[in-house]
Design a protein. Structure first.
Length: 72
């Protein structure tokens, strides 16, 4: 389930991320994580909301999401 829009998707479609030391990173296998769908990952308004929710830098979050979606 996407944390932003609450829609249910297959896990293969979702991006799994986690918060570590005030930054968003790709899930490392240890600790809590969250899933984000591709639609919400590309939506600027949703990115702003997520950055505020997790208290992280919006530009870093945007760049990470673009890189993940580009490279898979």
């Amino acid at each position: 389930m996407c944390i932003s829009c609450r829609e249910r998707f297959s896990r293969r479609v979702l991006v799994r991320l986690q918060i570590e030391q005030q930054s968003v990173i790709i899930y490392s296998g240890i600790g809590r994580s969250f899933y984000l769908c591709e639609i919400c990952a590309t939506n600027q308004k949703k990115q702003t909301g997520l950055a505020k929710r997790f208290r992280v830098n919006e530009t870093n979050l945007t760049e990470l999401l673009k890189e993940i979606l580009k490279n898979g």
